[in-house]
Design a protein around this ligand. Structure first.
Ligand code: UDP
Length: 487
């Protein structure tokens, strides 16, 4: 465990993220934001997850921020997980998801004991919605628990309205569209496009019920988003749940608050290579293609993506997650594809410095799975997007990007992939990939209007985090409310 920095602290915020890249990354950023305001902040996680963020936290400490990384052992063996399997992206199969959540719940006694013996007692807990037991921990300590969902208010409200109204019962099939009731825009979804924890028959129903129960008991919600992007949905969501909602993002802008810290731990992959390659490309000419930390593709689908990118004739960076780089895929890449696209392709096998890449002036488009962090990172960079949702909140995030903000072009996916399951064959064709890229990168009126809207959102994202901006102010209010609660 590392010690806090020397900054003068007010209050003590304890952050407990779900162990998954898409949930850990924004929570570490939130910790840095809080610490930058002088709030003692402890991030509780497990050794493997801590190792991914040590550098970022140590940098923050070195610049005097009162931030701690607390490592507690993860009970892999006890929960029936392979040793070292401490994050969702390291799970070898989807059958182990249940075991993974079992292991997270088994952390409770250790966390309770740690928090009961703190020299500076915790003022509040901000914890992931996927860790419902943290609600009981907060209750035992007599402090508020705030929930972090890892998505936006718009998607949270849509799910809530669909669940409350049971409108999904009114359609005959999983693929028949229906309008989300009780919201100001006409947004159509199908049953299969809703987050899986919604599916009441799912094997995760027990956990899903626990999550709903603990959400009802929570004191408020912290969201990595900003009000101008949410277009009124922050207030609507707040009204619907009857609790305070603090939008405090884009939280990764917190990296700017620490000198010499352009990058995060997980941004280290191939940084020089990517930025050097981008430096040699024309402004706004490159398509960046990445599907986050969890998505799995079949070989056929990967080939479809590659051929579509090749046919589109634009330069591209294509990040292929390590789990998708099979021997067959490697052979296909090196057996002709890389040669044919030489000079205009950069293939990253594994982890790419995404935030840095997106902020490079040569990037002109982003093909994304619409994970919320990636979506927000694209918006923050002012880059129009090709949307390819796969599971969880991603279909709803796509609606926000394509229909509401109008800064994206859908690739045409209608139904989800099951996370951690390769879907056989290809659901999106080479021609669809090519056509989406050409439409997005088009220099005509439609493309230009989209780029202008994206640039406008980038400015709004920036303003939100500046002193006096909505997210900046919300963070101030959040800190005040939580520290007043404890004093
Ligand atoms: N990410 C990255 N490099 C990669 C893949 C992902 O830096 O090669 C980061 C990305 O910038 C984002 C997070 O990992 O912050 C992924 O979160 P998201 O919500 O987009 O998707 P998930 O991985 O949860 O599906």
């Amino acid at each position: 465990m590392n010690s806090p920095g020397k900054g003068k602290a007010t209050g003590h915020f304890v952050l407990i993220p779900l162990m998954a890249q898409g949930h850990m990354i924004p929570m570490v950023d939130i910790a840095r934001l809080l610490a930058a305001r002088g709030v003692l902040t402890s991030l509780i996680t497990t050794p493997l997850n801590a190792a991914r963020f040590t550098r970022s936290v140590e940098e923050a400490q070195a610049s005097g921020l009162p931030i701690r990384l607390v490592e507690l052992p993860f009970p892999c063996r006890e929960a029936g997980l392979p040793e070292g399997c401490e994050s969702l992206d390291t799970l070898p199969s989807k059958e182990l998801i249940i075991n993974f959540f079992k292991a997270t719940a088994m952390l409770r006694p250790t966390v309770d004991e740690y928090l009961s013996n703190l020299e500076i007692p915790a003022s509040c807990i901000i914890s992931d919605m996927g860790l419902p037991w943290t609600g009981s921990t907060a209750k035992k300590l007599g402090i508020p628990r705030l929930i972090f969902h890892g998505t936006c208010c718009f998607s949270l409200l849509c799910v809530l309205m669909v669940r409350k109204s049971e409108v999904y019962e009114s359609v005959a099939t999983d693929h028949e569209p229906f309008a989300v009731p009780g919201i100001p825009h006409r947004i159509e979804v199908t049953r299969v496009q809703l987050p899986s924890n919604f599916a009441m028959k799912s094997s995760m129903k027990g956990l899903s019920d626990e999550i709903l129960e603990s959400e009802a008991a929570a004191s408020g919600v912290v969201v990595n988003s900003f009000n101008d992007l949410e277009r009124g949905y922050t207030e609507l969501y707040e009204d619907a749940i009857g609790k305070k909602v603090w939008t405090i993002g884009p939280t990764f802008q917190s990296n700017k608050s620490v000198p010499h810290s352009r990058k995060r731990e997980q941004d280290l992959g191939d940084e020089d290579l990517c930025l050097g390659w981008l430096d040699e490309r024309a402004p706004r000419s490159v398509v960046y293609v990445s599907f986050g930390s969890l998505a799995r593709f079949s070989f056929e689908q990967l080939v479809g993506i590659g051929l579509g990118l090749e046919a589109s004739n634009y330069p591209f960076i294509w990040v292929i997650r390590a789990a998708n780089v099979t021997a067959q895929m490697e052979e296909w890449l090196t057996g002709g594809f890389e040669e044919r696209t030489k000079g205009r392709s950069l293939i990253i096998r594994g982890w790419a410095p995404q935030v840095l890449i997106l902020s490079h002036p040569s990037i002109g488009g982003f093909m994304t799975h619409c994970g919320w962090n990636s979506t927000l990172e694209g918006i923050n960079a002012g880059i129009p997007m090709i949307t390819w949702p796969m599971f969880a909140d991603q279909f709803l995030n796509e609606k926000l990007v394509v229909e509401m903000a109008q800064v994206g072009v859908g690739v045409g996916v209608k139904s989800p992939s099951v996370w951690q399951d390769e879907k056989p064959g290809a659901s999106v064709t080479k021609e669809e990939v090519q056509s989406a890229v050409e439409r997005l990168m088009d220099q005509g009126e439609e493309g230009e209007a989209r780029r202008n809207r994206a640039r406008d959102l980038r400015e709004r994202a920036k303003s939100a985090m500046e002193k006096g901006g909505s997210s900046y102010t919300n963070l101030t209010l959040l800190i005040e409310e939580m520290t007043n609660y404890s004093s």
